[in-house]
Design a binder for this molecule. Structure first.
Ligand code: RIB
Length: 309
């Protein structure tokens, strides 16, 4: 029996170590940063937080280490309106870590130590199959083992749970995996890796979307940075621009977009309205530093949209 409006997110949890620099160092060069901080992140957790703060009824399947960081992250996720019962604590493992450089333009470089995220196994997914089966939507990314993402997608398909995949970080995917997805949300780089098309404008985005449709995905949404998103539904495409703001840090902008998009779809918003709502959330996120500290609450998204009227 489906639970109306229920979202399950499956994905990673990281502690982000963020160093702000004037510019990125060249190979072999050492630079002193302007600021350093540790903030909660991980693509899965960021998307779960974006969904939770924007009002979704959400459970999160993930793993943390049996360390102090893992405990504090679990508490923070619960404060963000997320059911953390399916977050497993892995004995003897460290919580995932991301090392992030941010330059003065707000761009970033990220290196990951998977830690406990690598222990999100198909067995663990199977143990949570009931919540995937009951959910309306399953939202995933690619920062946890691919065989577990595939396992979750198979369970979801068997129980008519809609599957949304944010294929980040970029990774080639087997046709079976692609054929199980209902909505895919790559950025330009990820769309390129999945399709072999160099996505640089609306025309190339439309061609990449067409290839993904041919793999069996009905809705393709390619995020184009400042230019907004290319939305293609069963071959009919259009670009939906985003909002222009002064970006200070783009970490988790895509994650915020994905989590909020799914909240809006679960509320029954039409796709273009859901995208506008998600664009607003991402626009707020890029004006703030860090991953989860930058994710807005619903009231902030609504106030932002009101100011645009
Ligand atoms: O998408 C941003 C996230 O990527 C960061 O929070 C970092 O943890 C990496 O997973």
């Amino acid at each position: 029996m489906k639970t109306s409006g229920q979202l399950v997110v499956l994905g990673s949890i990281n502690a982000d170590h963020i160093l702000n620099l004037d510019r990125f160092p060249a190979p072999g060069e050492t630079l002193t940063g302007r600021r350093y901080k540790i903030a909660f992140g991980g693509k899965g957790a960021n998307q779960a937080v974006a969904a939770g703060r924007s009002g979704a009824d959400i459970a999160f399947i993930a793993c943390v280490g049996d360390d102090d960081t893992g405990e504090r992250i679990r508490q923070q996720l619960a404060d963000d309106r997320i059911d953390t019962a399916p977050v497993s604590v892995i004995p003897g493992e460290a919580t995932g870590v991301a090392l992030i450089f941010v330059n003065a333009s707000g761009e970033n470089f990220i290196g990951i130590h998977a830690g406990a995220n690598s222990r999100l196994t198909p067995d663990l997914v199977e143990a949570n199959s009931e919540s995937i089966a009951r959910a309306e939507v399953l939202l995933m990314q690619l920062e946890t083992p691919i065989e577990s993402v595939l396992c979750a997608a198979r369970i979801a398909r068997m129980h008519n749970t809609r599957i949304v995949l944010n294929p980040a970080p970029a990774c080639a995917l087997r046709d079976e995996m692609l054929s199980l997805i209902d909505i895919i949300t790559p950025n330009e780089t990820e769309a390129g890796v999945l399709t072999g098309i160099n996505v640089s404008d609306d025309e190339s985005a439309a061609r990449a979307a067409q290839i993904l449709h041919e793999k069996g995905i009905s809705t393709v949404l390619i995020t184009l940075g400042r230019r907004g998103v290319w939305l293609s539904e069963r071959g009919q495409g259009l670009r939906i621009p985003g909002f222009t703001v002064d970006a200070v840090d783009t970490i988790a902008a895509g994650d915020t977009f994905n989590g909020v998009l799914v909240t809006a779809l679960l509320e029954g918003k039409e796709m273009p309205d859901a995208i506008r709502f998600a664009h607003a959330a991402a626009a707020i996120a890029v004006t703030r530093e860090g991953a989860q500290p930058s994710v807005p609450w619903r009231e902030e998204i609504e106030a932002f949209l009101k100011r645009q009227e």
